[in-house]
Design a protein around this ligand. Sequence first.
Ligand code: NOJ
Length: 745
Amino acid sequence: MVKHLFLSIALSVGFQLQANIPYVDNLMSKMTLEEKLGQLNLMPAGGIVTGGVIESKTAEDIKSGRLGGIFNIKGRAEIEALQKLAVEKSRLGIPLLVGMDIIHGYETVFPIPLALSCTWDLQGIEESARIAAEEASCVGIGWTFSPMVDICVDARWGRIAEGGGEDPYLGSLIGAAMVRGYQGDLSKPTNIMACVKHFALYGAVEGGRDYNTVDMSRIRMFNQYFPPYEAAVKAGAGSVMSSFNLVDGQHATANKWLQTDLLRNKWKFDGFVVTDYASINEMQVHGFGTVADNSYKALKAGTDMDMCSQGFINHLKSGLENGQVSMADIDQACHRVLEAKYKLGLFDNPYKFFDAKREKKVMYSDANRKVARDLAAESFVLLKNDNNLLPLKKQGTIALIGPLSQTRDNLTGTWSVAQATDKYQTLEEGFRKALKGRATLLCAQGCNITRDEDTQLGAELGKHITRVDAKKAKAEALKIAQQADVVVCAMGECADFSGESSSRVDLNLPDEQMELLQAIAETGKPVVLLNFAGRPTVLDWESQHVNAIMNVWFGGSETPDAVCDVLFGDKCPSGRLTVSMPRATGQQPLYYNHLNTGRPVPYSAPRYQKFASNYIEVRNGALYPFGYGLTYTQFDYSNMRTTVKDDSVTVAVKVTNTGKRDAYEVVQLYIHDVYASIARPVCELKGFQRVFLKAGESKDVTLKLGRDDLSYYDGEGNRVFEPGEFDIMVGKNSRENLVERVMVR
Ligand code: NOJ
């Protein structure tokens, strides 16, 4: 009876019912308003900040119960000392939630997420998250701001490095795998809470300029951008981070449609929502009133925790007094934050995440490093390999040239805050180890990352890449190139060229590097380009003049060993692109699953067509399309068979390894809905299988499409299935595949 009464009151005041956790209810009954607001307050406690530094008196605030969580502080002892303050010196002893941006590993650094997605290895990706959790959890961290599942189709945006590429289907599977990897059974001391970010649409900032405006139709949101958030939420993520941008003209942080109607009511999310760094403060700059007003709006919309703005702690009391927020709103948010701590088992043991013994055993362990090395090797995408130049033989004279050849910490890429640089190798060291003196290795940096010293040093980009005298360095590099049988160029972006606030307008290899590469190519020696990149870059000239190109992204702490594994043929490349590699920067945004338009021009059209949808200077489509990647053998696809039964389609195809090496192939299944009530993409990934085929071996691969795979979202987020014709495509990438048209009723 009492329960029913509560239910009807709850529904009539319009707030969500909380999980019934007597411990949390009991605790809340003892809390003052200020202590409740304290739980909603999250502040950085270490030196790692990604915005304006906001004054905070961490220790005092913890003792007075004004802080619910801290983040981005490194060191077990430092974190434990703060947790002790919370548990022993605050009135109610409520433990802190300790968060960190563990985006692709802790000390064992895995490839950047974009690179990881190119493995198409969901088990491996889940394992990487599990290992990150295992390492981070023993030094006091219980919460990671990952996975970042923002779809991005604009390579100018530096944060494309942090996501799973341009495809919503693959992005959804990856997001869910990462949540499972981090969280597993949350009560265990080796698992940590995930935070799905950035909700929502952050990857669609205009012009790829970070923090910029976002504006899009609901049809596009639901079909192209929302699926990975929804999948990660449905995989059980404990928290969600709102994004910096606008959605429908409202800031995501104060957008009730997003945070409550969609996230909670439609997707049934039952965790808590945290803002991104100082978002409530920034709302004022966007043009949304005072910090106080924005704090009320954010809470009302469904935001529970305020990262860095201190808007909730400083202003919600006045909001309560002037009726802008209710006690029920505050209780609801506080309950959700405490629930998260409860789920993590922090009330049972606030020190569960401090384990020096385990730290010794697992941190950067051989076992973890092996997984990172394997995943790095799997993430490399072989784009070109003329006359089977690769794999290289460990013989003769090899020249290793380029600004990425002698750096230790740039190989890990963006967001490697816990990296243990001193433990890692440079590429040159990796080469020496792999070659074991069987070939002569000549090395030279050859040039700077960019000529522009201001960009490089002013913004701290290119850090730890020694500045060289360009003329001298080039001469030295050309000298060793002349002496070599083959030249390996380690060039591209350095770590800080991608990631947060690292947007670019030019995706070509920067000046000095391009000039050097061109000069090396002119020597006539066979050239291999190892392209380091946190985004798709333009490789147009390179694709015509360099003999072999392997996109190695940023492979993490084990990059040097992994590069050698693949370059010298101990492993075959198996990475496939999850983003479209452009022909020119001006093609952005560029993505394979685009709409057809009324005047399409296929990528195969030899030249520009007047009054059609294309550019004057370059052909349409990617230079290297989504799903593309070569290896040291070839795969042949034949005997495609489709069987339609009711509203599902079974697709079978014979895949044969026709070459001389055993290798993985990623068999990809795409569809095109030929006629529908809304225009549908020319091609959409709907399934894949990563299969291992021995040289000469054939396998029949079967993939299934259900009704849901053939459906799309309407503007309200409902699935719509329209019977009719579908093109079914199966093959090695989004461009090279076998096609059959089927009728599904
Ligand atoms: C801002 C970034 O947008 C977000 O991804 C990150 O988690 C927070 N800063 C905390 O460092």
